[in-house]
Design a protein around this ligand. Structure first.
Ligand code: MD3
Ligand code: FE
Length: 215
């Protein structure tokens, strides 16, 4: 695999992580700056919050959602909801520019007609992580998940279809877009604890957007 470094040290290129898993390095860079304002509008309506797993553990990544459906977790389990439990209101609408980028990235990875109805937004501060898990709360696993990384870099960990399968580590940078579908859709994955740092636009945090067709 080869990639070029741009002036800001963000690698560019396309990497294949599996039969249906593609990493589009820096693909969202042109839009990333303008997305900060969209993110602020979303947080103003549905603030970031720390949710609890059904087992009672506080998740270290703070979350919010936009789109018709949002992913939630509490003592009753993991599920999608049309209502933000914090506000009792619908989730903020998904910005058109986000939906468009997700659809176009999915297309580049070979998935035509991807129209996400849910965007889960994760916010990591240094030390925050996400343990190995599968994304399987969506109705139809034939649709891919598209993820966009913004802000501080993180180490992404991905394994196989069994929790105990050997894992690989891939650094994710500001502007990177990942598409996971097909045979790779149910692979275990996670994020190692975020290292300290300061991003020029996003500050001391990493934001990850994951676009899904949940309903
Ligand atoms: C592989 N988020 O929200 S994004 C999640 O960076 C999640 O916040 C991580 O895992 C983050 O569920 C990783 C990359 C990603 C997202 C969804 C996937 C990888 C995936 C779904 C299936 C397989
Ligand atoms: Fe996930």
């Amino acid at each position: 695999m080869t990639f070029d470094l741009f002036a800001d040290d963000t690698p560019q290129g396309r990497e294949t992580l599996g039969p249906s898993a593609v990493l589009l390095r820096g693909h969202a860079l042109p839009q990333a700056e303008s997305w900060l304002a969209l993110l602020e509008q979303i947080e103003a309506r549905s603030p970031f919050r720390h949710m609890y797993t059904p087992g009672g553990y506080r998740m270290s990544a703070a979350m919010t959602c936009c789109g018709e459906l949002g992913w939630i977790t509490d003592r009753r389990g993991y599920r999608y909801s049309a209502t933000d439990p914090l506000t009792g209101q619908p989730w903020p609408p998904m910005p058109d520019a986000w939906r468009a980028l997700a659809g176009e990235a999915a297309q580049q990875a070979g998935f035509q007609g991807f129209e996400p109805d849910a965007c889960l937004i994760n916010r990591y501060v240094p030390g925050a992580k996400m343990s190995l898990h599968q994304d399987k709360d969506e109705r139809d696993h034939s649709w891919p998940v598209v993820s966009v990384s913004l802000g501080l870099p993180a180490v992404f960990q991905f394994g196989g279809l069994q929790r105990t399968d050997k894992t690989q580590r891939v650094p994710l940078f500001h502007g990177d877009v990942l598409v996971w579908g097909g045979a790779d859709r149910l692979r275990f994955h996670g994020i190692l604890p975020l290292a300290e740092g300061e991003h020029p636009r996003f500050g001391a945090q990493r934001i990850n957007l994951t676009f899904r067709k949940a309903g």
